[in-house]
Design a protein around this ligand. Structure first.
Ligand code: FPP
Length: 226
């Protein structure tokens, strides 16, 4: 079977990893960012066209302020460090989620990075920030009703944050938890889900490649018989 076009990832287990190493949860997040870089490389090497990373959910505001602030700091540093690479390597950055409540400096930085990479087409990295799937579905329906547009699958999809992005063929969740945590609920109705034991900072390119290979050997019938 051909390569998947879209892979989505729930990068779970940073906090536990940090504590396991007798360090802080935030240390786990810092190490998690390094893995993000590697997995983007692996996605490019595997001809993936869309990689969606769940970096901050609508529920993550419930974490201690210190951790929320640190995640914002990491994201800012990440954009500062990677923007040139995105530009040079033809990588498009796209944010999904409602970042209205994010600090202004971060919003501006994210906007600028999206603008500068908007015509790139090697791969599109969607970072899900203040993302919640139920909220996303509700805002899609709300728009359709307001504009008196017919409610059908196509129109609902076209008003999600992921408009124009094909549904993911693969969803990976690291961290030995078996749930979707309000991530891409509409989009993953026929997605093959891979729950991985390893915590995110231990996940590597080889793990990613093995999943792609496993997927390629799977038969997908979308409810029919094959
Ligand atoms: C889940 O681990 C991870 C997060 C909520 C944040 C993910 C963020 C990063 C990997 C770094 C920033 C991302 C980018 C794209 C620069 P957890 O804290 O819920 O882990 P736990 O289950 O062990 O508590």
């Amino acid at each position: 079977m051909s390569s998947p076009k879209h892979v989505a990832v729930i990068m779970d287990g940073n906090g536990r990893w940090g504590l396991k190493k007798n360090r802080t949860r935030n240390y786990g997040h810092s190490e998690g960012v390094k893995v993000v870089e590697k997995i983007i490389e692996a996605a490019v090497e595997n001809q993936i066209k869309f990689l969606t990373l769940y970096a901050f959910s609508t529920d993550n505001w419930k974490r201690p302020n210190k951790e929320v602030k640190f995640l914002f700091h990491l994201l800012e540093k990440y954009i500062d460090n990677q923007l040139d690479k995105f530009i040079n390597k033809n990588i498009k950055l796209n944010i999904i989620g409602n970042i209205g409540k994010f600090p202004k400096f971060l919003k501006n930085k994210l906007k600028k990075a999206q603008n500068l990479t908007k015509n790139n087409n090697k791969i599109q990295i969607n970072i899900a920030l203040n993302y919640g799937s139920k909220e996303e579905i509700i805002q899609s329906f709300t728009k359709l009703i307001k504009l008196s547009i017919r409610i059908n699958e196509r129109n609902v999809s076209d008003n999600l944050y992921t408009k124009g992005i094909p549904d993911p063929e693969i969803l990976i969740r690291t961290g030995n938890r078996f749930r979707l945590s309000n991530f891409l609920l509409w989009q993953s109705s026929y997605t093959e889900i891979f729950f991985i034991k390893k915590l995110w900072p231990d996940f590597n390119k080889n793990d990613f490649k093995k999943i792609i290979l496993k997927f390629k050997r799977m038969r997908r019938n979308f409810g029919g018989i094959k």
